[in-house]
Design a protein around this ligand. Sequence first.
Ligand code: ZN
Length: 214
Amino acid sequence: MRNTGRAPLLTLDRTGEGRQEPEPDLDEVAAKFRAAFEALGLDLSDPNLVGTERRVARAYRELFAGLYAGSAPELRTFANTEGYSEMVAVTDIPFHSLCAHHLLPFFGTAHLAYLPGEKIVGLSKLARVVDFYARRPQIQERMTEQVVELLVERLRPAGAMVVIQARHSCMEMRGVAKAGAVTTTSAVRGVFDEQRTRQEFLGLLGTRRGSARL
Ligand code: ZN
């Protein structure tokens, strides 16, 4: 990446919105993938590999879209005029990301909840927040924190909680090769520190697959 002289891509600010790169040049990325494929010993005259460097470059540009300028989701909020003070939860938001250590996929579901303060947000926007942070080289723990931080920063809620459950290809395809293992991470803020509020949210998740034993 043409990132020399600037802070590295993975050093993000608190919510990860701060450093948005321009979209990379496809030709440049494809040429470098081609060099890497050659170094890996691929036979680039194989008809199935013709043009692969360009397809891979395009795929990664799409998978890293959350890094590039203009990708931050607009989180339009509304005044909580009804004074709604119960938990708002959106569960089972599917996502795909790439682990920052191996650039292999990790994927699963994200579960978000907040207790409104003065603002509420359109529910579909919450799924966009998950996508924004998934579309970059990522660490599940950090993604969980980034999503909850963004909710706190934008909504100023009484509390927020995020649970992410994911399978990691780098664990399943290589290394310890443990297929089907699910990694669960969670981040809590505000009133979700209280056992009762946290249990209310986890109860919503626990009804499925006996998951989220936190
Ligand atoms: Zn990994």
